[in-house]
Design a protein. Structure first.
Length: 560
């Protein structure tokens, strides 16, 4: 990659400088290190695109490493979901690794630190240790156990490993500096006792390494060159380097931690803890509920891998956190679906339309283009008959001159079909319109080549033939949260902002070509938006999720 080919972000500038300073390009290695304690969300998607994108740009391997150091919260389900999400986004990893692969090596290194007098076993309560930590403006005080002998520390640490002590009774701490201005350097915990079954190692271990001890050392074992983290890990960098200082062999590559800003998305939360709350408390149906900010939720809603990758590329990498309007993500989805989604007709709020002068038993099969964006245009056949469904909002008994849809005494074109003229309506006892009666111009069929077919009318509406229509459940989604930044007010529970109208379920009708649709197939319901077939569909009942509307609200926001 040449610096002349594109403008480099600050991460790429760091990599280029390292290469110029002697790092061999064939030594480059990146990693994506998720914790298997929940499903990945849109923030992870950006990190995935960053790390795997660097791998592609530099032709360098990227490891997928699961940071599985907390067995109380980790499950194989999450491991499988993470792998599925990354593959769906279009990326491949070089090695599949787990921090648990390195438990023995991490333990052996911890023993070495004890022998060097740089780690000790502490049996104080967590409350006592917290008090001794001090404050950002006041130094901490030493633990009374800080000067245990090496022999006693080795004995206690081995007994911790062997399961002789209950949870919370002992920890292993690094002996660094209780007066450090960086609170994380004040003798941080390296190991805690956890009698919990691990999803990979079973009951083999009774002690588990903390994140700061396991992460950098795992990078080192895998010979990762650039360990990229979000900005909240900036204070951890000093500790990352201190641990490496104590095990580093100069003949090997030393990993470098660098931080980038988290890009938060409006009207969402991306904390795994909060996402889990939404699932467990029933505010959403599952981790892949289409209202969720999880990758699996976005996939089920109908977002495409290309659109998410384009979104990540558009927002880029920054050094400061900011809130990205969700409309930008929707713009990227809409832009991609416009190119790939077939156009079909569906009616979500149906009212019956009867063409009074159309033959009673006649059925025509009219040609309709699949997607005007195709390089080579393809067509499908759509059945047309005397009785149709149209959208209720596409008709008004009386309307002003700016209403270009169907009204009494005026003409409108049925998409791919004829020009019709509103004649009369049928109403029920409550005054609601149950039928619209109209007449059609037999010579005005679209594409027939006659002068009448070329006749111009200002409005075009979509429809489906009642005799051929397929009934469909359509799930229409709105923002899950009413507030653009539900995490922004720390005094209010984020669940206070949950939108009670985030899901509307309607019964509609679609053209018969959708009978062969498969799960996650995308469609543009003409004039309504983009939709995809949900996994809940059966042969007896089609279920569609509304992916995104046709209206480009991001363009309007960016103009302002």
């Amino acid at each position: 990659m040449s610096t002349e080919e594109k403008s480099l972000n600050f991460i790429e500038q760091i990599i280029e400088e390292d290469l110029q300073n002697g790092l061999s390009k064939d030594k480059l290695r990146f990693r994506f290190p998720p914790e298997p304690n929940g499903y990945l969300h849109v923030g992870h998607a950006s990190a995935i695109c960053l790390n795997f994108g660097l791998g592609i740009d530099y032709n360098a391997p990227v490891n997928l490493r699961f940071d599985d150091t907390n067995p109380s919260k980790e499950e194989q389900e999450y491991v499988d979901a993470i792998k599925r999400d990354i593959e769906w986004l279009g990326f491949e990893w070089d090695k599949e690794c787990f921090a648990s692969d390195y438990f023995q090596q991490l333990y052996d290194w911890a023993v070495e630190l004890i022998k060097k007098g740089k780690a000790y076993v502490d049996n104080q309560s967590s409350e006592e240790m917290a008090k001794q930590k001090g404050t950002p403006t006041q130094p901490g005080t030493d633990s009374p156990n800080r000067n245990r002998s090496v022999e006693e520390n080795l004995d206690l640490f081995e007994r911790m490993k062997n399961g002789e002590f209950p949870n919370g009774s002992y920890v292993l701490r690094a002996k660094i500096d209780m007066a450090s201005p960086n609170m994380l350097m004040r003798d941080p915990i390296m190991y805690r006792i956890m009698h919990a079954k691990h999803h990979r190692t079973g009951n083999e271990w009774c002690i588990y390494p903390m994140y700061d001890w396991a992460h950098g050392e795992s990078d080192y074992i895998e010979q990762v060159t650039h360990s990229l983290c979000t900005l909240e890990f900036l204070p951890h960098r000093e500790l990352y380097n201190w641990f490496l200082d104590n095990i580093y062999d100069e003949s090997k590559v030393r990993p470098k931690q660098r931080e980038f800003a988290r890009r938060n998305l409006s009207h969402t939360v991306v904390s795994k803890r909060k996402l889990l709350q939404l699932v467990e408390e029933g505010h959403v149906k599952s981790w892949d509920d289409p209202r969720m900010s999880t990758i699996s939720g976005m996939r089920r809603r109908g977002y495409t891998p290309t659109s998410i990758r384009n979104f990540a590329k558009t927002i880029g990498i920054a050094k400061r956190s900011n809130l990205i309007d969700v409309s930008l993500l929707e713009f990227c989805v809409r832009e991609d679906l416009n190119k790939v989604a077939p156009r079909v007709m569906g009616v979500l709020d149906p009212v019956k339309l009867v063409i009074t002068n159309y033959p009673e038993d006649k059925v025509e099969f009219l040609q309709a283009e699949n997607n005007p964006e195709e390089e080579v245009m393809t067509y499908r056949e759509v059945p047309f008959s005397k009785e149709l469904y149209i959208e209720r909002e596409d008709f008004k008994e009386e309307a002003n001159k700016k209403f270009f849809r169907l009204t009494l005494g005026k003409e409108v074109r049925l998409k791919n079909a004829y020009i019709i003229k509103g004649e009369s309506v049928v109403k029920d006892e409550n005054g609601n319109i149950t039928e619209i009666h109209c007449t059609y111009d037999e010579d005005s069929k679209s594409g027939s080549g006659t002068e009448a077919s070329k006749r111009k009318v200002k409005g075009t509406i979509h429809w489906v033939s009642i005799a051929h229509a397929l009934e469909a459940e359509v799930r229409v989604y709105d923002r899950l949260f009413t507030h653009e930044n539900p995490d922004g007010n720390k005094d209010i529970d984020f669940k206070e902002y949950i939108n009670p109208e985030s899901l509307q379920i309607v019964t509609g009708f679609v053209e018969p070509s959708l009978a062969s649709a498969k799960e996650l197939d995308h469609f543009q319901f003409q004039r309504l938006g983009y939709f995809c077939l949900d996994r809940d569909s059966t042969k007896e009942k089609l279920v569609f999720n509304k992916t995104v509307g046709l209206r480009d609200s991001w363009a309007k926001i960016s103009e302002k």
